[in-house]
Design a protein around this ligand. Structure first.
Ligand SMILES: Nc1nc(=O)c2c([nH]1)NC[C@@H]1CN(c3ccc(C(=O)N[C@@H](CCC(=O)O)C(=O)O)cc3)CN21
Ligand SMILES: O=c1ccn([C@H]2C[C@H](O)[C@@H](COP(=O)(O)O)O2)c(=O)[nH]1
Length: 276
């Protein structure tokens, strides 16, 4: 059984058995037929993944590595907030008529700031510090910019990453305020695990731990039967993540530089509804 499966199954069981239901309260998200999308949630989940041991992808159903990596490169490398720069359609419901999702995600990472060494955006400052100040405890990004929230179509969910170099290992904490467990839990874990792999490779470091801190980890009402079935499925050993070792500059990575070797997994759940 992959470690990611075990963490995922335990978290889902905990949410369903011990979670708090929003039924009877006012909630913002809606299903596409206009019905309120209620959830059952747990507050303050912390999941630790040792990336040096195995790649944290679930095998209960496929997590699409290429689409997940394309979205993380859209945010962190292309620093875009326009869905026309993204291959998948996953952000279409939150874009305006020009394709923009507002001043969110990639837009925030691309804003430049002043330092004594010159101007950097948040991504370039992290890459600079990993090479030049690896013992720093100040290596982090934060895209939850209150001043711009009113111009974001959806407030950032995975909003901050703290990087910490310990010996020759790169560790990271991903802070997430809200997580749709069926649709995006493993999706987000895989994305930030790949990001740690990329940053480690271009900084001459090895991968360490990814700690995923989730404030509100929820399962939407219409997903509960799907999750109940998913977590009783057979689980397989984790595949191996293969990265093109020749890439030495973060901005040169493309989705073709990543593949999963021996990714044995269950059937995809077709047509999962996403609450908007
Ligand atoms: N309710 C909700 N849940 C989310 O996960 C979510 C939002 N809203 N709003 C913005 C983004 C969009 N995200 C999404 C949306 C859909 C998929 C999705 O459909 N994933 C498919 C694979 C899609 C593909 O490879 O193209 C899956 O089966 O998991 C993933 C992330 C994550 N975010
Ligand atoms: O990367 C992402 C982006 C979004 N989500 C989910 C979490 C929530 O279900 C919705 C956002 O709704 P809020 O009311 O703003 O919390 O999107 C995710 O899990 N991961």
């Amino acid at each position: 059984m992959s470690i990611a499966d075990k963490i995922f199954i335990d978290m889902c069981r905990d949410i369903i058995d011990n979670g708090y239901s929003s039924q009877g309260q006012e909630v913002r998200p809606r299903w596409n037929d206009g019905t309120p999308a209620h959830t059952i949630k747990r507050f303050g989940i912390v999941n630790r993944y040792n990336l040096a041991k195995e790649f944290p992808v679930i095998t209960l159903r496929p997590t699409y590595l290429k689409s997940a990596v394309d979205e993380i490169l859209w945010i962190w490398q292309r620093k875009s907030n326009n869905i026309h720069d993204l291959k998948s359609k996953i952000w279409d419901s939150w874009a305006d008529e020009n394709g923009s999702i507002g001043k969110a995600y990639g837009y925030q990472l691309g804003i430049k700031h002043k330092y004594s060494e010159g101007e950097f955006d948040q991504v370039d400052r992290v890459l600079y510090d990993l090479k030049n100040n690896p013992s720093s405890r100040r290596i982090m990004t934060n895209i939850y910019n209150h001043q711009d929230l009113h111009e974001m179509n959806l407030y950032p969910c995975a909003y901050s990453v703290t990087f910490n170099v310990t010996g020759n290992k790169l560790n990271a904490i991903l802070n997430q305020r809200s997580n749709d467990v069926l649709v995006a839990n493993n999706w987000n874990v895989v994305q930030y695990a790949v990001l740690v792999h990329m940053f480690a490779q271009v900084s001459g470091l090895e991968v360490g731990e990814l700690v995923h801190v989730i404030a509100d980890a929820h399962i939407y009402d219409r997903h509960i039967p799907l999750v109940e079935e998913l977590i009783t499925r057979e689980s397989y050993d984790a595949p191996k993540l293969i990265i093109n070792p020749d890439v030495k500059d973060f901005y040169d990575f493309t989705t073709d530089d990543f593949k999963l070797e021996n990714y044995k997994k269950g059937e995809q759940i077709k047509n999962i509804q996403v609450a908007v």
